[in-house]
Write a protein that binds this ligand. Structure first.
Ligand code: PEP
Length: 251
């Protein structure tokens, strides 16, 4: 059995005060021992405050991105070592907004994934196709290429040290989610790739779906055999919604 993992990607939302209000509310909702891994990825500015607010609680923290280099002349960037110091245990790698808006290519995403693991951080590798690529029948070949670029050379001994998030680009932040059958098909293909590459370890790697998941549709995705959780943007900004989505992961 793969333990579900539901992650919140706040993107560039929430001041420190708003983050504090969120965590206070979330902590009233989440039991001492939840049956699902919860990861909150706030902006960098809120990571440290989040670490303090959630101390001792079974909620992980993630960074939305980070540079793989240890240090250097990367104005405006932050390193994996630095986000780890701020309390992050996970890091989103290759989110489609980073790929599209900040020019991140497969090579950089691969370096982020490898370096995250070297730092003991769990990469959440985001992969997904555009609508055009889907409509031309190339969805899987695009996603396979992204997965192979990031994981093809990787050594993996612990399945918990990696998460793959299938996020069709056309479904992110649009309110138009994929069909659960599409999510299942792509997650199953991703899993077959993982098993072919990593054997039985690949069978245990968790694969999320992301793209306009909300409290009303979450169960339809999280009930799919190969979908082990969700990466949630907009709907995660409200703690009650996020917790409802997480609950859908355990049925
Ligand atoms: C995301 O940012 O990864 C995402 C899935 O966003 P949304 O849920 O808003 O589509």
């Amino acid at each position: 059995m793969r333990r579900p993992i539901v992650a919140a990607n706040w993107k560039m939302h929430k001041t420190l005060g708003e983050a504090d209000t969120y965590f206070r509310r979330l902590m009233t909702l989440v039991p001492e021992v939840p049956e699902v891994d919860l990861v909150i990825c706030p902006p960098y500015t809120a990571l440290h405050a989040a670490q303090r607010a959630l101390a001792g609680r079974p909620i992980y923290l993630g960074a939305q991105s980070a540079r793989p280099e240890r240090e250097g002349a990367f104005t405006g960037e932050i390193s994996l070592a630095q986000v780890k110091e701020l309390g992050a245990t996970h890091v989103i790698c290759g989110h489609s907004e980073r790929r599209a808006l900040f020019g991140e290519d497969d090579q950089l995403v691969a370096r982020k994934v490898w370096s995250s693991m070297e730092h003991g951080l769990v990469p959440i590798l985001c992969v997904g196709e555009t609508l055009e690529q889907r409509e031309s029948g190339n969805a899987w070949s695009v996603v396979e290429g992204q997965i192979a670029a990031a994981l093809g050379e990787l050594e993996l001994s612990d399945p918990a040290s990696l998460v793959v998030a299938y996020e069709p680009i056309w479904a992110i932040g649009t309110g138009v989610s994929a069909q659960p059958t599409d999510a299942q098909e792509m997650a199953a293909r991703a899993r077959r790739w993982l098993v072919a590459r990593f054997g039985t370890i690949g069978q245990q790697v968790r694969v999320q779906y992301g793209g306009s998941v909300n409290r009303d549709n979450a169960a339809s995705f999280l009930g799919c055999d190969d979908v082990d959780g969700a990466l949630v943007g907009g709907a995660s900004l409200d703690p009650d919604n996020f917790w409802k989505i997480a609950q859908a992961a355990v049925g």
